[in-house]
Structures are given as structure tokens and as C-alpha cells.
Design a protein around this ligand. Structure first.
Ligand SMILES: [Zn+2]
Ligand SMILES: [Zn+2]
Length: 135
């Protein structure tokens, strides 16, 4: 593969991710975006690029209930997304960071009461956000 080409792909991907700060997305979403931007890319390349960003902790990859495949979201600036749960709107895909004291209390509670260690990176709470609820 030519160098110019892969630079073009990763640039387009960065641009896309900037717009997704608080929204989850799938490989197909990124692929559609690339098509719209007129960038010739195959799904395998999109996968590879996303996984690279996951390795660099810029993205978080997780399994969504009731959906095939994986979703991605942009990592938190303060990088503590592995310490709290995320609420995902099933309608618009918005992500809310459950980054509150209650979260810490819950983790402690689960450990003490159930001997259960919550894996925040693999868990997502699904529901409807306030905006979508209104409409
Ligand atoms: Zn977070
Ligand atoms: Zn919503």
C-alpha cells in the first residue's frame, strides 16, 4: 500500500472522530463517511485503523447488546473511562460518561456485597437520552 494513501485514510478518520466526541459509532458508520468523502477504502482497512486507535487508547471498543459487531467511542480526555460506566442512547448513539461519585460507591458496593469486580470497559448501560425522549 502506498504511504500517501494510508495518510489520507488516517487523516479522514481523525476528522471524523473529532465530530464524534460524545457519540458511539460502528465500523459501518466510518466506512459510510469515507465513501461520502470520496475516499476509496475497504472495510478491512477501516477495521485496522480503528483497532490501531484502540491500541493507542484513543478509542474504546465495546460490544453492544442486541447489535452485531462492535461499537467504538472516543476515549475521555482525562483517560479514566475504564473507571466508570457509560450510558448509551439507543436512538442517537449519544454517550454519557457516568463519571460521578456514585460510580465509585457502586464499584465498592459490588465488590463488598457481591465480591464482583465490574469491568467498566466492557459494560454499557443502554437507554434513551433526554433529547430523544422529548421527540
Ligand atoms: Zn468515560
Ligand atoms: Zn438520544
Amino acid at each position: 500500500m502506498q504511504k500517501g494513501y494510508s495518510t489520507k485514510v488516517s487523516r479522514a478518520m481523525e476528522k471524523y472522530l473529532e465530530k464524534q466526541r460524545n457519540t458511539s459509532f460502528s465500523v459501518a458508520d466510518v466506512y459510510d463517511y469515507m465513501q461520502k468523502e470520496g475516499i476509496q477504502v475497504n472495510l478491512a482497512t477501516v477495521y485496522r485503523n480503528l483497532d490501531k486507535l484502540v491500541e493507542r487508547k484513543m478509542l474504546v471498543k465495546y460490544k453492544t447488546q442486541g447489535e452485531d459487531g462492535y461499537s467504538y467511542r472516543v476515549g475521555d480526555e482525562n483517560g479514566n473511562c475504564h473507571e466508570h460506566l457509560h450510558l448509551q442512547c439507543m436512538k442517537c448513539g449519544k454517550i454519557l460518561h457516568f463519571d460521578t461519585e456514585l460510580m465509585d460507591e457502586m464499584s465498592v458496593y459490588l465488590k463488598e456485597q457481591f465480591g464482583f469486580w465490574l469491568d467498566c470497559e466492557k459494560s454499557t448501560l443502554c437507554g434513551i437520552c433526554a433529547q430523544c425522549k422529548e421527540n
